[in-house]
Design a binder for this molecule. Sequence first.
Ligand code: GDP
Ligand code: IMO
Ligand code: MG
Length: 424
Amino acid sequence: MAAQVDVLLGAQWGDEGKGKVVDVIAPDYQVIARFQGGPNAGHTLIFDGKKHVLHTIPSGVFRPGVWNLVGNGVVIDPVTFMREIAALEASGVDVRERLLISRRAHIILPTHRALDAASEAEKGQEKIGSTLKGIGPTYMDKTGRNGLRMGDLERPDLMDRYRTLVKKHERLLGLYDHHADRTADEAAWAEAVKAMRSFRLVDSEHWLDEQLRAGKRVLAEGAQGTLLDIDFGTYPFVTSSNTISAGACTGLGVPPGRIGKVIGIFKAYSTRVGSGPFPTELHDDLGERIRQAGNEFGSTTGRPRRCGWLDLPALRYAVMINGITELAMMKADVLSGLDHVQVCTAYRVDGTVTDRLPYDVTTGITPVYTELAGWGALDAGRELPAETEAYIAFIERAVGVPVRIVSVGPDRAHTLVRTAALAG
Ligand code: GDP
Ligand code: IMO
Ligand code: MG
């Protein structure tokens, strides 16, 4: 029997700590594969006193013997990609040998980034808060059937195709009245594309199928989070790809029946970076305290992240949409030292209490909270305090899925596997 593909994804608004958990569990797998998103992602890994932030490259790259695949659903910016490679090589990581890229992955052009910026500027107050990496315009060209793909790097007419697409972008930028000298960007792009030709391009759906038939274990690594999904997130304040487990099927070419475990990553509280609704957001000193304690500043843009309490209706929604089979709770240490913690169990919408995430999350939602006891310092070498266990048991009962991993610090070593997890 062929092996299965486990999926690991964000159950909130991104930055849950996906990179850390992928790195921790990667030794159980032979392949780690990114299936969507692009350099809007920033996945942080910390071990041996060193911090690494990955944007396009899968988080299995530091584990010897593990293959890393950038799947067809990912969008790649050659310039940021090569920068990432240079940083990895500078820290002595042999990345080239075990890195594969799908020929079907789409390429981000400098003009995609310009279009992202122009669109955001035009929206003004209503802006999405995009990372400005060109993600939206690149996926628009993919669905609009105009895009350039990694496989085009092997064609002699790549630069002609590039120029045709740029011409189209220039016309659009003209409509936005967005004019700039892009010569330098273009030169850097062409240079990076040339450098990318030395990487191994594969028909990744076939390659993955072979791996699975040979019994190799594959972990699909999500980017962003469920509430940023293009279909099921807080539209329009979302990203432009399917971040949910179904995205692993289309983003890698894996049939639904081959999906095994779905591991949902969530923080013990909530954060969001960029605009859009956030029912449990804290606008007070406590929000600031969480931001400082959790170092809640974007890994990609450095922007301060908005912070708030854990939102169980949203987490339950993520469990439902993704078919999450187990959870990892991150950053439990950040709440240490609080007398009490609040958990949102339902919303009051137009005077009615509901535990469902409504269609329109933007207006008139008041969270209904339950207060639980806080906890003191946490240590991966010791059992969790009774109060933390009670908090987790409360979450497990509310969402019906076991919390198997608890993270109590940013380092690889600050991780506990829970044996007391709700029978899953
Ligand atoms: P990702 O995008 O889901 O991979 O998450 P990010 O790397 O963008 O953001 C998570 C941040 O939290 C990073 O700075 C991590 O180093 C840090 N982090 C992860 N787990 C923990 C934890 O349990 N405790 C603390 N204090 N920090 C953590
Ligand atoms: P990781 O993988 C958190 C947010 C942006 C913005 C919206 C759209 O590190 O969890 P985009 O650049 O995709 O057009 O931005 O989505 N966003 C993220 N927020 N973590 C991410 O990735 C994100 N990637 C995009 O802030 O609100
Ligand atoms: Mg991140």
